[in-house]
Design a protein around this ligand. Structure first.
Ligand code: A3P
Length: 342
């Protein structure tokens, strides 16, 4: 129902089942404080509850561009592509201002709860720097977005059902999907990269949580299918990571059409070079290495990691491969969504 122009979030927050909590506590170094939202049981870290309704009601502008994905599906890559096309290939600004600042990330703050903030402040040699980091990553961005100049570029891993219900009537959304087996491997490494998640158990354990929907913003197939349903809307562009891997210029042209931008051959060549895995890995404006100085990253892992399609094969034994096959078949039965086979 609507009251004072605010629509109540039409979903309930629920605690996980005791046996799920027990298993998470067994597998994680510190039990993540997950809650589930709605009948699909999307998993969030508890602080998200505080801003879920603000996100659901966020005022939109026709110039807004969202890059939305299930995490580790090529968000960063697509963000840089979209931003450069929308900003007339302004490489200079792209190099100067980190992607994290060009794109407020709707639910980033949920990873850094009060306890994390207190510990950071306690341990920090430079308290002012620690406070600045907290402002930057541990606070909801919905308030800041109200005053942000247009056009706004927004990053999110939220499923469509938790974004404003009429988002596509106003704003543009670029959604990227990726083979869930590669996503799971990438999320596993991501959970090692970010100390707040801290998953020391083997990949097989992570995979079993993943297919049961016990990781942030899962279940995977509900997430992707919600966006897939909207793929024919003129304000939605649905991409696959595998398409970017296979033929980047084709995808760039599709994004260009979507945003009303055309490129010359020369501009296309430069953009492809800029977006290449090797250049990306070394690009300080996009590779998250800026966070190293704050000690939130593990030294053994990097954000721009392998950049391959099909790398999952090195992580799956026969049993897991079959299990994945069955899981994907079961979840693709009621849809014409198919991941590109490359
Ligand atoms: P891997 O961990 O499989 O290497 P996100 O930005 O959504 O978190 O996705 C991260 C994934 O995209 C990582 O996958 C990362 O390496 C990959 N990626 C990032 N930039 C890329 C690029 N320029 N080319 C190919 N893959 C890239």
């Amino acid at each position: 129902g609507e009251q004072n122009g605010v629509t109540k979030l039409p979903y309930e927050f629920e605690e996980l089942k005791p046996e799920e909590k027990k298993e998470l506590a067994r597998l994680y170094a510190s039990e993540p404080d997950f809650v589930s939202i709605g009948p699909k049981r999307y998993i969030f870290l508890r602080p998200y509850c505080d801003d879920a309704e603000n996100v659901y009601n966020m005022p939109l502008r026709p110039s807004d561009i969202f890059v939305a994905t299930y995490q580790r599906s090529g968000t960063t890559w697509t963000q840089e592509l979209v931003w450069l096309l929308a900003n007339n290939l302004d490489y200079e600004t792209a190099a100067k201002i980190p992607l994290t600042e060009r794109y407020p990330f709707l639910e980033l703050f949920m990873f850094f709860n009060k306890k994390w903030q207190e510990r950071l402040l306690e341990r920090a040699a430079d308290k002012e720097q620690a406070k600045a980091l907290i402002e930057k990553i541990a606070k909801p961005v919905t308030g800041r977005l109200l005053a942000a100049p247009s056009p706004r570029f927004i990053k999110t891993h939220l499923p469509m059902s938790l974004l404003p219900p009429k988002i596509l009537d106003t704003a543009k959304v670029v959604y990227v999907a990726r083979d869930p087996r590669d996503v799971a491997v990438s999320c596993f490494h991501h959970s090692k990269l970010f100390r707040v998640l801290d998953f020391p158990s083997p990949f097989k354990d992570f995979w079993n949580l993943f297919i049961r929907g016990l990781f942030t913003e899962l279940p995977f197939f509900d997430h992707v299918k919600e966006a897939w349903e909207c793929r024919n809307h003129p304000n939605m562009l649905f991409l696959f990571y595998e398409e970017l891997i296979q033929d980047l210029p084709v995808v760039i042209r599709r994004v260009g059409d979507f945003l009303g931008k055309e490129l010359t051959e020369e501009q296309m060549a430069r953009l492809c070079d800029h977006l290449s895995f090797e250049n990306f890995k070394n690009n300080k404006s996009v590779n998250f290495e800026e966070l190293r100085e704050y000690d939130v990253l593990s030294p053994e892992e990097v954000f721009i990691r392998k950049g391959k399609a099909g790398g999952w094969r090195d992580y799956f034994d026969e049993e897991m491969t079959e299990q994945a096959q069955r899981w994907m078949e079961d979840n693709l039965r009621d849809t014409d969504l198919r991941f590109p086979n490359i």
